[in-house]
Structure formats: structure tokens, C-alpha cells
Design a protein around this ligand. Structure first.
Ligand code: ZN
Length: 102
């Protein structure tokens, strides 16, 4: 009879240990899942931030020769006396060079 009681107690203790272990593992698993979700959300947020520079500001500049307004990055540029001059075309650029010849 004592052997049966001993066995019963033994299994009971194992059952208790397994329950505690399961709870502990569940908490750990949940924490891992939460970290994973947070990391994914962070990646998503970074992705959104990375796409923002696509909405670039287009700077317009004036061609002093013909008066046209042009996109700065598409303009022909001459730097004269530390000042940038922008032109819509190669012709306007040439005209400027001819008119400002020292
Ligand atoms: Zn021009």
C-alpha cells in the first residue's frame, strides 16, 4: 500500500512540475511572439519612413537669358564669381557666356 501511495505522490509531483513548466513556457513563448510582432511593426514603420524621400521637393530656377523657369536638377549650370547661373538649354548657356565674356 505504501508503494502505491509513493508512486501516486511521485506522479503527482511530476504532473505539478509539468504544469508549472508549461505555464513558464507559455509566458516565454508569448513574450517571444510579442517581440517578433514588435520587430515586424518596427520594420514596417521603417519601410514607410524610407519611402518618404520619394516626395522630393522640386526646386525651380530662372533662366536669366530667356526668362524660362526650369527644374534645378535639369538645368545647365555655370558658376561665375561664386554664383550659380541656370539655363534651360545649351543655347542659353552659350548666349550667357558670350554676353558675359570678360
Ligand atoms: Zn533659356
Amino acid at each position: 500500500m505504501e508503494l502505491v501511495m509513493g508512486l501516486f505522490r511521485f506522479f503527482y509531483i511530476i504532473l505539478l512540475i509539468r504544469m508549472v513548466l508549461n505555464i513558464f513556457l507559455n509566458i516565454k513563448r508569448r513574450a517571444m511572439l510579442r517581440d517578433h510582432i514588435e520587430a515586424a511593426q518596427r520594420t514596417l514603420a521603417e519601410g514607410e519612413e524610407a519611402e518618404e524621400p520619394k516626395q522630393r521637393v522640386i526646386t525651380m530656377v530662372e533662366d536669366k537669358i530667356c526668362g524660362n523657369r526650369i527644374q534645378k536638377e535639369k538645368a545647365y549650370i555655370i558658376n561665375k564669381n561664386d554664383e550659380d547661373h541656370y539655363f534651360c538649354s545649351w543655347d542659353c548657356r552659350e548666349k550667357f557666356i558670350n554676353e558675359n565674356r570678360d
